[in-house]
Design a protein around this ligand. Structure first.
Ligand code: FAD
Length: 426
């Protein structure tokens, strides 16, 4: 293969696929290169929460716009996405925690968001019959949920219908540049030339960009999820209490815990200085492990040829879920929602989240090299953002003028002295 395109997208997760959809809609010739299968990594492994609630203030305008897109997305894509808009609720245990949420609510209200603080009794009306041990909750009624296994696949079909081409099992080994500008990519299926390359490579973005001498700090955090057998319908509000859960239309629940695992790699050490603050804040919730991953991904940190081998050897990152945590999560679900006493775990999975030090994505068109566009680093909450990211990145490429301000998401914040503190509440 030796061919050309207007834009090459590296990675067919929701960010790359939504970008391809909007670019194709705008008339661009797009090729998406995916080392494994469409949405094989984070974009099919997430909880499916589509929330504005709890976001860093910089993300609130994006998520409010995303919410509008989500409401019409099934119609637009002519696909069942299992979209349900029954809100998002997070409980809190103490008045002090409640005060933190009230401060966030006021910030969100300035953007016009409909979040409200609920008493313990009001939370009962949202999730009836619950046994939550909470002081109160925050609730955003306009939030929703959708099925990750369906959304990116539907966006890809719609993008293909408008002429975008998806090459699966086609890892990008290298982004080529000439005279300070992107000129194309070297893939396992050959060379593709284009003046614009979008890096939407999820957990792999940091490693891919390092081959260009660019430093995107990323930490892989493993989240484990279980799906239960169907139970009686309790509530379709996506809820975060002792357990995070969402009940789907068929009565099954996705359940997970706040705690997560970090499998150490050489990259963990490289990125450690950028993450010390977040680790200190979240040390109770993150467990460190040294296992085979550290050795499997070692050589690729030093050589492009070894990285190419690792991309092919890891077509789809499929980490082992933390079964101990998930068994405990089911017991907690039974305790907190007594109506679920009969549900059992039906299947489990895990995914590596691409965490940034400030938990904000990077959405930027670089000038060095010119033509390199970044849409990555979604830090565990990029599923809900997917559609608006696709639209904004396509605007950035097609007109140079995104319709929302992306300054907070600029790549240079990692090197211009900006204090990288997470402001998202969850
Ligand atoms: C357990 C878990 C729970 C989550 N829960 C939520 C939630 O409830 N709500 C929410 O909004 N978000 C959630 N998220 C986060 C959300 O899933 C991600 O932020 C989002 O899917 C990121 O999309 P992406 O396209 O950037 O990355 P990905 O979906 O990871 O896609 C990146 C793709 O790039 C490909 N790739 C990488 N390198 C190359 C290369 N060199 N060549 C070709 N292809 C390459 C990969 O194979 C992959 O398919 C969760 C994530 C996890 C893991």
């Amino acid at each position: 293969m030796d061919r050309t395109a207007d834009v090459i997208i590296m990675g067919a997760g929701i960010a790359g696929t939504a970008t391809a959809y909007y670019l194709a809609k705008g008339g661009a010739e797009v090729v998406v290169c995916e080392k494994g299968r469409i949405a094989g990594e984070q974009s099919s492994r997430n909880w499916g929460f589509v929330r504005q609630q709890g976001r860093d203030p910089a993300e609130i305008p994006l998520m409010m716009e995303a919410n509008k897109i989500w409401r019409g997305l099934e119609r637009e894509l002519n696909a069942d996405l299992e979209w349900l808009s029954a809100g998002n609720m997070v409980t809190f245990d103490t008045a002090e925690e409640g005060a933190g949420w009230e401060a966030w609510r006021q910030t969100a209200a300035n953007f016009g968001l409909d979040a409200t603080i609920l008493s313990r009794a009001e939370a009962e009306a949202v999730v009836p019959g619950n046994a939550f041990d909470c002081h109160g909750a925050i609730f955003t009624e306009s939030d929703g949920q959708a099925e990750p296994n369906k959304v990116t696949a539907a966006l890809a079909r719609a993008a293909e219908g408008r002429g975008a081409e998806f090459l699966t099992e086609c890892a990008v080994f290298e982004v080529e540049t000439a005279a300070g500008a992107v000129s194309g990519v070297v893939t396992e299926q050959g060379i593709i030339r284009a003046p614009v390359v979008v890096c939407a490579a999820g957990a792999w973005s940091g490693r891919m960009l390092r081959t260009l001498g660019l430093k995107l700090p990323q930490m892989w955090i493993k989240g484990s999820v279980a799906r239960t057998t169907p139970g009686p319908i309790v509530s379709h509000t996506a809820t975060w209490t002792g357990v995070a859960f969402r009940q789907r239309r068929d009565g099954t629940f996705n359940i997970a815990q706040r705690s997560a695992d970090h499998d150490l790699t050489f990259e963990s050490l490289l990125n450690l200085p950028s993450f010390l603050g977040s680790f200190a804040r979240n040390k109770r919730d993150i467990k460190l492990h040294l296992n085979g991953l550290a050795f499997d991904l070692l050589a690729g940190s030093f050589s492009k040829a070894a990285l190419a081998k690792e991309l092919v050897a890891n077509r789809t990152l499929d980490p082992t879920p933390n079964h101990k945590v998930l068994d405990h999560t089911l017991r907690e679900l039974h305790r907190l929602l007594p109506q679920t006493a009969e549900v059992r775990i039906d299947r489990t999975w895990a995914g590596y989240i691409d965490m940034a030090p400030d938990m904000l994505p990077t959405l930027d068109a670089l000038t060095n090299p010119k033509g390199l566009v970044l849409a990555t680093g979604f830090s565990g909450h990029g599923f809900g953002m997917g559609p608006i990211v696709g639209r904004l990145i396509s605007e950035l490429i097609l007109t140079g003028q995104p319709s929302l301000n992306l300054d907070a998401f600029r790549f240079s914040r990692f090197s211009d002295g900006t204090k990288l503190t997470p402001h998202s509440v969850v």
